[in-house]
Design a protein around this ligand. Structure first.
Ligand code: NAD
Length: 476
């Protein structure tokens, strides 16, 4: 049994009723277990964050920046352990686990820099009215609850934790019950750096623990990344208390391939957009829109590329794609394979679970998928690509935008003017032109429509944890 909750600067055992199994998805076997935090431990964590707030928000920004740089350095020092744990618990191929770690390191480094620039943001406001002066103060929002999913455990929490600490907030982080060990590194680093007790608290658990945190009346803000169904419950809790909330939710993103593309290059982008992290990405480009003039050449090569992906256990084999991270996700993806058979979809590759131990599925391609198919409209969260053909730029834009989600999109075209025009017309938070899933800490992350509320990363990610205050003085 692992001691896994970090509250008020101490590691404590969970006193909740749920026992959480931590699994190796490539074997379909547990390798650790821990007890969830109880509701009263969530209370203790929020109370610890509340009592740490006055001192933490009064530290000078350069002191907070030094802690953030310490997080970046210490993540680097734990590289091999963290990469291996992600391979074992998430089923990520080594190179993807390394990219995630580097992303988390870059995030802490970036927000250290923004923290150092904070004093210059607290500045005088030029006023047209004579006889008055005004100045801006960017203050921390206060005590924030951070709830994260399992698909990029180090990364999604870094995108919240680093700007929250930079802004001067204190934090209660709840990792996913599917990957509860990886983010313990943040507590261990807090210990190693001597971060004041209560500034960062970590409570593990399932829905009950998450709900105890999101319903807690001791929070000033809740930032949530996860599914739309839980996101809407989190939003209801926030609305009951008229409290701000950031929501990073699901996606069903389009990749639009025009017929002036190099076919092999386009295939590479399409495959990456659906097979990285075994398609368990909010930003997976799972709807392929391919122009008539290139479709017949592209689809057979895409089929071959998906069939040639090396799928296996990242800890023991050279792989391009690992298993799905949880049995629940494996069952969910399998249920979409059954739906595709019921709907009579044309399957060009995969369409089934792999006949081996662990939670593996084959990279899958359905073509000419009807617009009202559940596979075209719903987030599957697996390596399942659905394709449709289009004739004109207008049709491509209309079909890409015809979704209740609006997280990201990819546009592939040799005509850069057209690619930029299409990017401008897409109703999403982030568009990649002739590249795929390239996320830079300086640019924003977040979606339109059902993909959420608010933005992470860049200066917007810091603003999410700041409250704007003005002090206006009469000179007369
Ligand atoms: P999930 O919604 O099931 O769980 C997310 C977190 O919420 C977990 O920590 C979970 O324990 C907690 N939780 C569960 N029930 C809760 C409740 N009632 N109240 C409060 N917290 C509760 O999502 P998941 O399966 O872990 O992650 C997959 C989803 O996350 C996908 O929909 C994916 O698109 C989304 N996601 C979005 C982004 C983004 O940036 N937009 C990034 C990653 C994942």
């Amino acid at each position: 049994m692992t001691t896994s909750h970090y509250i008020a600067g101490h590691w404590v055992e969970g006193q909740g009723s749920d026992c959480i199994s931590v699994n190796d998805p490539a074997l379909g076997q547990p390798f650790a277990e821990l007890m969830a935090a109880s509701v009263s431990q969530v209370d203790q964590a929020v109370a610890a964050a509340r009592s740490a707030l006055p001192a933490w928000k009064s530290t000078c920004a350069s002191e907070r920046a030094a802690f953030l740089r310490g997080f970046a350095e210490q993540l680097g020092q734990r590289r091999e352990a963290l990469v291996t744990l992600q391979m074992r618990n998430n089923g990520k191929p080594r190179h993807e686990a390394e990219i995630d770690l580097d992303d988390a390191i870059a995030t802490f480094g970036y927000y250290a820099e923004l923290a150092e620039q904070l004093p210059s943001k607290n500045c005088t406001v030029p006023l047209a009215a004579p006889g008055f002066t005004a100045r801006t103060r960017l203050e921390p929002v206060g005590v924030v609850g951070l709830i994260v999913p399992w698909n990029f455990p180090l990364v999604t929490s870094a995108w919240k934790l680093a700007p929250a600490l930079a802004a001067g907030c204190t934090v209660v982080l709840k990792p996913s019950e599917v990957t509860p060990l990886i983010e313990q590194a943040y507590g261990q680093i807090a210990d190693a750096l001597g971060l004041p007790a209560g500034v960062l608290n970590i409570v593990n658990g399932k829905a009950e623990t998450g709900a105890a945190l999101s319903n807690h009346n001791g929070l000033d803000k809740l930032s949530f990344t996860g599914s739309n169904s839980v996101g809407s419950q989190v939003m209801r809790s926030a609305s009951a208390q008229c409290r701000p909330v950031t929501l990073e939710l699901g996606g069903k993103s389009a990749i639009v391939v025009f017929d002036d593309c190099d076919v092999d290059q386009a295939v590479e982008w399409i495959v990456a957009g659906i097979s990285w992290n075994a398609g368990q990405m909010c930003s997976a480009t799972s709807r392929l829109l391919v122009q008539d003039g290139i479709a017949d050449a592209l689809l057979p090569r895409l089929q071959a590329a998906l069939e040639n992906l090396r799928v296996g256990n990242p800890l023991t084999e050279e792989v391009d794609m690992g298993p799905l991270t949880s049995q629940a996700q494996w069952l969910k993806v399998a249920s979409y394979f059954a739906t595709a058979r019921e709907e009579g979809l044309q399957c060009l590759a995969g369409g089934h679970a792999l006949d081996r131990e662990g939670w593996f599925v084959s990279p899958t391609l359905y073509t000419d998928v009807p617009k009202d198919s559940r596979l075209w409209t719903e987030e599957i969260f697996g390596p399942v690509l659905c394709a449709r053909r289009f004739a004109s730029e207008e049709q491509a834009i209309a079909e890409a935008n015809d979704s209740r989600f609006g997280l990201v999109a990819t546009v592939c075209s040799a005509d850069l003017e057209r690619a930029e025009r299409v990017a401008d017309a897409l109703e999403v938070g982030h568009v990649w032109i002739n590249s795929v899933q390239a996320v830079f800490v300086e640019t924003s992350w977040g979606g339109t429509k059902g993909s959420g509320i608010g933005r992470e990363l860049g200066p917007w990610g810091l603003s999410a944890y700041q409250s704007v205050k003005h002090v206006t003085r009469c000179l007369g």
